[in-house]
Design a protein around this ligand. Structure first.
Ligand code: NAD
Length: 476
């Protein structure tokens, strides 16, 4: 199949507002007819999307490579597989999810039956980021379609090849009054945010999340916000060091550290800092081969653009100027947005690398002995999207989990919470609002409508002329 993706230099700067408004109006009337859509009809759409992931695999590889040199095996694991899994899970469970949930009557509601119906929210807007461009666009699209909605999808302008490919795929398999892609940057996004959508599902930075929430407030549109932040890691002295290093090397350096749930900074128990750094070196060599040849390793992708390259390099420079050491990696001179997998130690606590979300292949290590102190430091920062703890001591693990808050956590692993279809995926406060994935994603795009049905009437107990039964219920 030929595609325009191969030839594009950049996505259209901003979308035509007239087209966007026409699409929105068309989707509003389509959404009304989708209220009665059956599970079979929705499943058919999900199968079309899933099939496109198979039919377009080569084009997805090419687009991801053109955008940030993302290696094909990583595209399989982090772009195609999550979308296919999300679709498979929804296809398998949709009938059950759509069934009204019966609720037993309470004493006060004696004589009634009750149920919760999941109804489609209506016309939904999905705004996605660049770092997993296909996964974070088509993943929520699966949930939105499963829930019976229409969708306008605005992908990130920073990955224009992926945006163009998704536009082509969507035009190929859906009518635009059901699903449409609107390409563009900030102005397009803000124009879309001015429309009275029934739900907005936004994935991106906390700063833009606030803009989205403010705009949604104008129309009292519900929002799901999947945001970011600094996700801490704690490695206790009881941890299996080799296992921790292996899982963290993958969790941190896959996608070049440009992952919302990537380990951002690490507390490593003082007793094991040296052996942990050595274990990280070994793990990196095992995963990616000789460090000195990382630059030409096709399994290691690049920083998405010059601006982000400069930003991440700036974080390393700031830390080293304040005395940090670089026991692994660094920034060799290059014109390829390449930054080696980098560890930093002796990092001044006021360094920017310990304040801003890093979103790159840099991992600062802060030694610790006092668990209460680091728990206090974590709690003093905004609540993270993820928190990882590596230890064999269960009391230590429990202490960390119960005294901190995070969107999600792994014990002795990192990042895999994203892949668990039966778990909610989402942040808390600064790292997000609401959940996605599986049944939780379906619920995010559904309105839970409470329905009470009178079966035999006991309302004479409460209606005038009053007979005092309410007092009896209050005392009961
Ligand atoms: P971003 O917030 O800059 O952009 C996300 C989307 O918002 C893009 O489509 C962009 O065009 C649009 N946008 C940007 N500025 C806007 C504005 N002023 N008004 C309206 N729309 C605007 O995020 P990004 O750089 O694409 O992605 C990185 C961020 O996303 C990181 O903070 C990361 O942690 C977070 N993230 C979170 C998750 C998650 O699931 N929680 C997943 C991936 C990334």
């Amino acid at each position: 199949m030929s595609t325009a993706v191969e030839n594009i230099a950049a996505a259209p700067e901003e979308a035509d507002h007239n087209r966007t408004e026409r699409l929105f109006a068309a989707q509003q009337s389509k959404a009304l007819s989708l209220r009665t859509s059956t599970a079979a009809e929705r499943i058919e759409k999900l199968k079309r999307l899933r099939q496109a992931m198979f039919d377009r695999t080569e084009q997805i590889y090419k687009a991801c490579h053109a955008d940030f040199a993302k290696p094909a095996p990583e595209v399989d694991i982090t772009e195609i597989l999550p979308v296919v899994m999300e679709a498979n899970h929804a296809i398998r469970h949709l009938k059950g999810w759509m069934k009204p949930e019966r609720k037993r009557p309470t004493l006060l509601m004696f004589g009634t039956s009750a149920e919760v119906r999941n109804e489609p929210k209506g016309v939904c807007l999905i705004i996605s980021p660049w770092n997993y461009p296909i996964n974070l666009s088509f993943g929520p699209l699966v949930s939105a379609l499963a829930a019976g909605n229409t969708v306008i999808l605005k992908p990130s302008e920073l990955t224009p090849h992926c945006a163009q490919l998704m536009d082509e795929i969507v035009r190929d398999i859906f009518d635009e009054d059901e699903v449409a892609v609107v390409q563009g940057a900030v102005e397009t996004s803000q124009h879309l945010l001015g429309l009275p959508f029934n739900h907005i599902f936004f994935t991106g930075s906390p700063a833009v999340g606030k803009i989205v929430m403010r705009a949604a407030a104008e129309n009292l549109t519900s929002v799901t916000l999947e945001l970011g932040g600094k996700s801490p890691v704690i490695v206790d002295k009881t941890a299996d060091i080799a296992n921790a290093a292996k899982n963290l090397a993958w969790g941190k350096f896959a996608n070049n550290g440009q992952t919302c749930i990537a380990p951002d900074y690490m507390y490593v128990h003082t007793d094991i800092v040296d052996s942990f750094i050595e274990a990280m070196r070994k793990a990196m060599t095992k995963l990616y081969g000789d460090q000195s040849r990382m630059e030409s390793n096709p399994d290691y992708c690049r920083i998405v653009n010059d601006k982000h390259y400069g930003r991440v390099k700036g974080l390393i420079d700031d830390a080293t100027q304040r005395g940090a050491r670089v026991p692994m990696g660094g920034v060799p001179a290059n014109d390829d947005n390449y930054i080696a997998p980098t560890l930093l130690t002796d990092v001044d606590r006021d360094s920017r690398v310990l304040e801003e979300e890093i979103f790159g292949p840099v991992l600062p290590i802060v030694p610790f002995t006092d668990t209460d102190r680091i728990i206090g430091e974590i709690n003093a920062k905004p609540k993270p999207l993820a928190l990882y703890v590596f230890a064999r001591d269960n009391d230590f693990i429990e202490k960390v989990l119960t005294h901190t808050s995070a969107g999600g956590s792994c014990v002795n692993h990192s990042m895999v919470q994203f892949l668990h279809a039966n778990l909610p995926f989402g942040g808390v406060n600064n790292s997000g609002l609401g959940n996605s994935h599986g049944h939780y994603g379906f619920k995010a795009f559904s309105h839970e409508r409470a329905v009470v049905r009178e079966r035999f009437s006991l309302s004479f107990l409460f209606l005038p002329p009053y007979k005092g039964f309410t007092r009896w219920f209050i005392k009961f």
